[in-house]
Design a binder for this molecule. Structure first.
Ligand code: F6P
Length: 510
């Protein structure tokens, strides 16, 4: 680690760590400074980081760290389309999909979006015959984003809260997943989207082949004619049998877990209509502009990363939890798990040196209020310190008695207050230690633009965290070894440890 960077970390580690109640008592302006509302295309989003332990000294120390690690230069490199993924020699141009980045890449993304728009419009107009269902086959970044966005936004769709085309996202190689989608779809009115950046992923290609067989077995004479390919490897899709007119390519420089803005977002556009997809991109672009153009503490993803580093590196927290107090965002924790853990779960720096400290915490979470009745016991009284993010929307997504939404929000805010305040009791079993941190992200309303901004906020927060600890967030070699061993098992060509051999024998696979 660079000497200046090490000295800054050492300085941060040596700072006193006042309790939250003392921070509030000492500073009447704390909420005004650490709770900030951004006005964005779809409405405001309030980012309240006042219930974290960030104080003036830590903020100052982290700002010095950002300077020492060259945060501004790294950010510029990201938006310039420079190589920011050195291990694979690639740029990371997801922002170009939103119109923010290198001119050439923005132009290419716009042209590919126009192609995607044309195909979705043609499908809506019946060019491919009757299409009532879409089975979207992909995994990881080729599934989690579309699943989140469609699930989150469909209720507010102009089409009376119903998708224009009913979408089933299938990722698992477990045939039960695909069979569940088959059971819900009429083969004569079903389109299959094969979503894979590489067009080689075993799960996706196996599921795609089975989907074709299902169409064929159910009387569809030209199953390939019902396939749309979403990929950065169009030549592989052609080789596999998809007609070029139904291939929606995207750039190689868009990482899998950052790809829902590209043609991987096809189910979003097909289910919700192009205007919603365009608003989704616009919301993300507004967050891009905030992240790119705001310096210092006012930069909200960077500020959130400061708090993340405070808990991971200075307080030893091994996990962070995200609770969406909004049923529409129930898939957000799953999405963030891949974004954060696949990006920053590394042991070496971008330069290949040992990291010398913890990398990403484990991201986990759930939906409020359900989680309160399941896992919050540990948050309030357990021995782990878990920084929590609460995410909620002021406008309700339902049309029932407003008591539902009022109670939902009251519970969300109550949990943050309780975690921080705690309560003394002579009986240890009934005592709450308190001083437990949380951040709250409060949307005016959940719509395509605010969802886009919320996801882009997390992308930039993840990037900022990576820069602060010197990680390359854009590769994921850690997923390869297991895939390789699975291939060896499939071929029956290698010998493994005694436990694995015994398991294979027990399952009759060896
Ligand atoms: O195995 C991990 C991974 O490469 C993810 O990064 C990616 O999102 C997922 O697999 C799917 O990859 P593809 O889109 O190439 O099928």
């Amino acid at each position: 680690m660079d000497e200046a960077v090490k000295a800054t970390w050492d300085g941060l580690k040596a700072l006193p760590k006042p309790a939250l109640k003392d921070l509030f008592a000492a500073d009447g302006g704390r909420v005004a400074r650490l709770s900030v509302k951004l006005d964005l295309p779809g409405g405001g989003i309030l980012f309240d980081w006042s219930k974290t332990h960030l104080d003036a000294a830590h903020l100052d120390g982290f700002l010095r760290l950002a300077e020492a690690v060259g945060f501004a230069e790294r950010r510029e490199a990201l938006f310039a389309g420079d190589i920011v993924n050195p291990s694979e020699g690639r740029a990371a141009e997801h922002t170009a999909q939103r119109g923010m980045g290198k001119e050439e890449s923005v132009g290419e993304a716009a042209a590919l979006h126009a192609r995607m728009h044309m195909l979705t419009a043609a499908i809506h107009q019946g060019a491919l015959g009757e299409v009532r269902h879409l089975i979207h086959i992909g995994i990881g970044g080729s599934a989690l984003g579309p699943a989140l966005a469609v699930d989150a936004l469909v209720r507010a769709n102009d089409n009376g809260g119903r998708a224009l085309v009913d979408v089933h996202i299938v990722s698992n190689i477990d045939g039960c997943a695909l069979e569940a989608a088959f059971a819900a779809c009429d083969p004569a009115a079903t389109l299959i989207a094969v979503a894979s950046k590489t067009f080689t992923t075993t799960e996706t290609m196996t599921n795609a082949a089975s989907a074709l067989a299902w169409l064929r077995e159910n009387g569809v004479s030209d199953p390939y004619g019902r396939v749309v390919a979403l990929t950065a490897a169009p030549e592989k899709a052609v080789e596999w049998g998809v007609d070029e007119t139904r291939i929606l390519p995207f750039a190689e420089s868009v990482g899998g877990r950052y790809s829902l803005w590209s043609s991987i977002g096809f189910p979003i556009a097909l289910a919700l209509g192009w205007p919603d997809f365009a608003e989704f991109l616009d919301g993300a672009a507004a967050m891009d502009a905030h992240f790119r153009d705001t310096d210092g503490l006012d930069n909200l993803p960077l500020r959130a990363a400061f708090a993340d580093q405070y808990y991971t590196r200075l307080r030893g927290c091994q996990t962070r939890a995200v609770f969406a107090y909004d049923e529409r965002l129930r898939l957000l924790p799953d999405y963030l798990q891949q974004l954060e853990m696949e990006s920053n779960g590394k042991s070496v720096t971008a330069g290949g040196k040992p990291l010398g400290g913890p990398s990403a915490p484990i991201t986990w979470g759930g939906v409020g209020t359900d989680a309160q009745h399941a896992v919050f016991q540990l948050l309030h009284q357990g021995t782990n310190l878990v920084p929590v993010d609460f995410i909620a929307a002021i406008a309700s997504g339902d049309s029932l008695d407003p008591a539902h939404h009022r109670t939902l929000l009251a519970n969300c805010f109550a949990q943050g207050a309780a975690l921080m305040a705690g309560r003394a009791d002579a009986d240890g079993a009934r005592a709450y230690p308190g001083d437990r941190p949380s951040a709250t992200i409060l949307l005016d309303e959940l719509n395509p633009a605010t969802l886009g901004a919320l996801i882009a906020f997390h992308e930039h927060r993840t990037f900022a965290n990576a820069v602060l600890i010197g990680i390359n967030p854009f590769d994921q070699f850690g997923v390869e070894l297991g895939k390789e061993i699975a291939r060896q098992i499939a071929k029956g060509e290698a010998a493994f440890d005694a436990s694995t051999e015994a398991l294979l024998a027990a399952a009759g696979i060896s």
